[in-house]
Write a protein that binds this ligand. Structure first.
Ligand code: SAH
Length: 348
């Protein structure tokens, strides 16, 4: 990673100070983040409908429920027609973007299959396409971009090289960051982000995570609490903020303060920690402006459990779409029309 300059050091100290806001003063921090969100991103909440189209994975990420070694998981992959059938309904649900997410099955056949799916979606719908399928070579990223993919989500998970190594036997932090560089050079709108409270994370690391997002000038930044999955090596570890879960919201608020023009989603993991949809509703009032309804057909949802207590596992495609419309209007916000591209690169 780059040598930190003095300016960056100063900003990290600033971020750290905000992260250490006393509980009694946190509401003021949340209000500040909400105000910045409103001024920079408006009241529109853009919907990015996610399809978890395959859980086939060859990686051994120590925290992830669909890691290759978890033999309890039934592996599936959705066929192109099945994905297209969902994609074609999305405009009717006011979703301008489709997010295709999967485990990492990095083979020439799978890479081609993904490219063909992207081409069909671009031809048969007006959706913006976001891919979230992990580390690949620059050539593969370029091929998918040529097929029509607009955006790519790849979290760096933590900015700390040592922690990153404990979490990822398959790659280094530098390799992950090189992927993010390659995506930017290829012309994607790039989404990064991290998990909050990975075991061993300090508030200094959290501050650096936030500043790394700024340094990379990400178009979208997804962050969510680390949740231990019992069938993984991190299964018996605990979240670093287990006894102060409001820190998850503090992290989002500080992220917004340091990244005023980025799209920030209210990620699903917040609903797993604060059930009854409370988590994601609160994040939308503390810095976030994007919601990602789950469009995965119900029959697959139980096999895409990156972490336990994932919400809406018993619901089917389309139900999240109906539920979210109510949630957003209750918050006094409105659903954004169109694709909701990056404000930084393409205007909106
Ligand atoms: N294979 C793709 C998609 C990963 S799943 C990739 O690696 O980019 C999307 C995100 O889920 C990951 O980036 C990670 O931050 C999050 N995730 C995985 N396991 C998790 C857990 N146990 N708790 C919280 N978030 C988790």
């Amino acid at each position: 990673m780059q040598q930190m300059n003095d300016g960056m050091k100063y900003k990290i100290d600033e971020a750290l100070k905000l992260l250490c806001t006393a509980p009694a003063d946190r509401q003021a921090l949340f209000d500040r983040a909400d105000k910045i969100r409103k001024e920079h991103m408006g009241d529109e909440v853009y919907l990015r409908g996610i399809i978890e189209f395959s859980n086939v994975c060859s990686n051994k990420c120590a925290y992830c429920g669909i890691r290759a070694q978890n033999t309890k998981v039934n592996r599936y992959h959705m066929e192109a027609d099945e994905i297209l059938a969902v994609a074609k309904q999305m405009a009717g649900w006011q979703q301008g973007t489709i997010v295709l997410q999967s485990g990492e099955a990095n083979s020439p056949e799978e890479n081609k299959r993904i490219g063909e799916i992207v081409k069909r979606i671009k031809k048969e719908t007006n959706l913006a396409v976001t891919l979230s399928v992990g580390n690949r070579s620059k050539d593969v990223y370029k091929y998918w971009h040529d097929c029509g993919a607009d955006r790519y989500l790849l979290r760096f998970e933590t900015s700390d090289p040592k922690l990153f190594a404990e979490m990822h036997p398959d790659c280094t932090l530098d390799e992950r960051l090189a992927c993010l560089d390659a995506l930017r050079e290829t012309g994607y709108q790039v989404g990064g982000g991290f998990m909050i409270g990975v075991p061993g994370e300090t508030k200094e690391i959290l501050a650096k995570n936030i500043l790394l997002c700024r340094e990379y000038d990400f178009d979208m930044i997804g962050i969510g609490p680390f949740i231990p999955h019992p069938d993984t090596p991190f299964g018996n570890k605990t979240n670093a903020y287990k006894d102060d879960t409001d820190m998850f919201f503090v992290a989002v608020a500080v992220l917004r303060i340091f990244n005023p023009d980025a799209h920030i989603p209210a990620t699903t993991a917040f609903d797993a920690v604060f059930p009854g949809h409370e988590g994601r509703n609160l994040v939308l009032q503390r810095g976030a402006n994007i919601f990602m309804p789950n469009n995965t057909p119900q029959k697959y949802r139980g096999d895409y459990l990156l972490y336990p207590d994932k919400p809406c596992v018993d619901e089917d495609t389309g139900q999240c779409a109906i539920c979210i419309a109510g949630r957003i209007s209750l918050l006094g916000r409105k659903i954004g029309e169109g694709a909701g591209h990056s404000k930084k690169r393409l205007g909106d």
